[in-house]
Ligand binder design. Structure first.
Ligand code: AMP
Length: 215
């Protein structure tokens, strides 16, 4: 779990690189269902297009259906998003641990609001971390940079408020069940060593497994 812009994608990618665990993203699963025009895909499409949540029943059936046949560890991303989803998952495919990336809202807002885009090429700059040579201007073409609506402070603030409203009860659910693990920090690089260390107490890192195989 983690708010938009918390580095959930980065941390997930690093986890699957270092540990034998299958990464399942609910958004990706839904998009592939839509592409394949499955019954779940057809019923989910209108909600996704509207930017609202897909009904719990559709989501639960879909995700449980993906998890059931798996013979390996899994890392769920994007699910559960509501308490009924968390309850259904807990009852049908119990989770061992829920990792929450606890990044202060101000850090996320500062990181995103510094992004400037060269619309024709998609090149992205950041006023602090990767500034253009001339402020407000694309390095390659000299054309003006724009700030995408998604990267504006008001938009990020609105998205974060919606996230907390929806997600706090899910975090409380897992905290009450004693399986919520919080990782606090400002950047993925700061959080990652702690996630890696914690994951290593649950699954052997890939390298170690390979090393043992040769000994
Ligand atoms: P994402 O890629 O995680 O942002 O998901 C894209 C869209 O899929 C969301 O805006 C929702 O409409 C839908 N979605 C993904 N996961 C869930 C979920 N757990 N519950 C309900 N809808 C979801």
């Amino acid at each position: 779990m983690g708010p938009p812009g918390s580095g959930k994608g980065t941390i997930s990618t690093r986890i699957v690189k270092d540990f034998a665990i299958k990464h399942l993203s609910s958004g990706d699963i839904l998009r592939s269902q839509i592409l394949n025009k499955t019954a779940a895909g057809v019923s989910a499409k209108k909600y996704i297009d509207e930017g609202t949540l897909v009904p719990d029943k559709v989501m639960v059936d879909l995700i449980i259906g993906e998890l059931k046949p798996l013979q390996q560890n899994w890392l769920l991303d994007g699910f559960p998003r509501t308490v009924p989803q968390a309850e259904a998952l807990y009852n049908q495919e119990p989770v061992d641990v829920v990792m929450n990336l606890n990044i202060p809202d101000e850090i996320i807002i500062n990181r995103i609001k510094g992004r400037w885009t060269h619309a024709p090429s998609g090149r992205i700059y950041h006023t602090e971390f990767n500034p253009p040579k001339v402020p407000g201007v694309d390095d390659v073409t000299g054309e003006p940079l724009i700030q995408r609506d998604d990267d504006k402070e008001e938009t990020v603030q609105r998205r974060l408020a919606a996230y907390w409203k929806l997600t706090k009860p899910v975090l409380d659910f897992y905290r009450d069940h004693g399986i919520l693990m919080e990782f606090k920090g400002k950047y993925s690089n700061e959080i990652w060593p702690h996630v890696h260390k914690f994951m290593s107490t649950k699954i052997e890192p890939k390298q170690y497994t390979q090393y043992k195989g040769f000994s």
